[in-house]
Design a protein around this ligand. Structure first.
Ligand code: PLP
Ligand code: SF4
Length: 385
């Protein structure tokens, strides 16, 4: 309880003050109103995307200024004013800052660009297929914010580009011809950056294919641009029974604005699942992950996956050892609800798919059966049947 209470959330007084303060400065600087702030188009148009914009609001040291400038010449950045306002600039390890502001460590050249070999599993259009009965369509490479830890960095090029109508239709045609495909993931980039009309066109075409049972969309707007979520979008998702996956990595991203967006979706019957990424200094701490998952549970988000980070070029500083993830998963056992315990997985290189990482100490084969260890380290035996 004590450790958990120290984790910053989007609802803590500290976060609220920080947010109001920076928000006020930005609105004043841009001569904008509260309505502008709550307008997703305004948020996108006014993204903070160069170092001089950052230094309008924050005093950067000369070294910080130079580093951000140097990195951003190689890897662009863009932060919505909303997300930027959650940064605690007095804390070098602020989880919001680490995920959004370029870091000089990104210039480390090790790691791979496409460790998943997604390019190799592209049978047609903008499809990634690694499994028999589910696949991904990448509908855009744009995102409201370019996460520094992005596991799809290869796709996030130097400019924002939506997939062409032709490539989308070719992808849908492939699905139509392959009857084993029962689930289609619409992702990006951030799929929800497409207009409602373009989304509806995709949902409508897919829903006419009899073997497609489930449509899922991937979006991080709940954390980076919550104002994009409104009744109209929720009704559209509900109409086609679309299920949603998102990414919150730290409790301080779960703000009143984010919860407003979650509520709209869940109230309209859209299931929302979280796919967290385990990231060094952002959330590789058992109390932090417990608190974050409990906040999500509280607001009716399903804790679906905890992803072990992939070895991607320019994200080495976010790497964590698997033993850390195992320790976190073991900690969650019995100390919180099963609903706060996602499946911990690693995406095997070469497009081999997801591997669940399960602590093995719980079960051991013994002479007449199994030795089982409970969350309090008590052992029991279960006979062979
Ligand atoms: C993760 C992934 C999916 C979806 O897998 P679930 O375990 O059902 O969430 C589908 N296709 C690819 C290529 C994936 O990497
Ligand atoms: S929103 Fe997703 S795809 Fe876009 S930069 Fe962030 S992690 Fe990458």
């Amino acid at each position: 309880m004590e450790h958990k209470s120290k984790v910053r959330t989007g609802f803590s007084e500290f976060s609220k003050n920080l947010y109001e303060n920076t928000k006020h400065k930005i609105l004043k600087e841009l001569n904008a109103s509260e309505d502008d702030w709550n307008n997703p188009k305004w948020q996108l148009k006014n993204r903070i995307s160069n170092v001089d914009e950052i230094s309008k609001y924050i005093n950067l040291t000369e070294e910080e200024y130079d580093n951000i400038k140097r990195v951003s010449e190689k890897y662009r950045f863009a932060i919505t004013p909303y997300y930027f306002s959650l940064i605690d600039f007095d804390n070098p390890n602020c989880p919001i800052r680490l995920q959004s502001i370029p870091d000089v460590k990104e210039l480390d050249e090790s790691g791979e660009l496409d460790p998943m070999n997604e390019e190799q599993s592209n049978p047609s259009g903008r499809i990634t297929r690694r499994y028999p009965n589910k696949l991904i369509i990448n509908v855009t490479n744009a995102c409201p914010m370019y996460c520094r830890h992005c596991q799809r960095r290869r796709l996030i090029g130097n400019f924002d580009k939506n997939t062409s109508q032709e490539d989308i239709d070719t992808s849908i045609e492939f699905i139509r011809k392959h009857e084993t495909i029962r689930e289609v993931l619409i992702t990006g980039g951030d799929a929800i950056l497409l207009s409602n009309d373009r989304l509806e066109d995709i949902f409508n075409k897919l829903s006419k294919i009899p073997h497609v049972e489930v449509i899922r969309v991937g979006t991080r707007t709940l954390a980076t641009l919550p104002f994009r979520i409104d009744d109209e979008l929720a009704l559209l998702l509900r109409k086609y029974r679309v299920q949603l996956s998102t990414q919150f990595n730290h409790a301080c991203e779960i703000t009143p604005e984010a919860v407003r967006a979650i509520d709209i979706l869940v109230d309209h019957g859209v299931p929302v699942r979280n796919q967290m990424v385990l990231l060094h200094n952002v959330n590789d701490d058992k109390y932090c992950i417990q608190k974050t998952n409990e906040e999500l549970h509280k607001y009716r988000v399903i804790n679906y996956y905890l992803f072990h980070p992939k070895d991607i070029k320019s994200t080495k500083h976010f790497q964590v050892d698997i033993s850390k993830g195992m320790e976190i998963m073991k900690h969650l056992e019995g100390r919180t609800s099963g609903m706060c315990k996602p499946t911990y997985v690693y995406n095997a290189p070469g497009g081999l798919g997801k591997v669940p990482l399960v602590p093995m100490e719980n079960i051991e084969r013994c002479e007449n059966g199994y030795k089982l260890t409970t969350w309090e380290n008590k052992t029991i035996t279960k006979d062979l049947e």
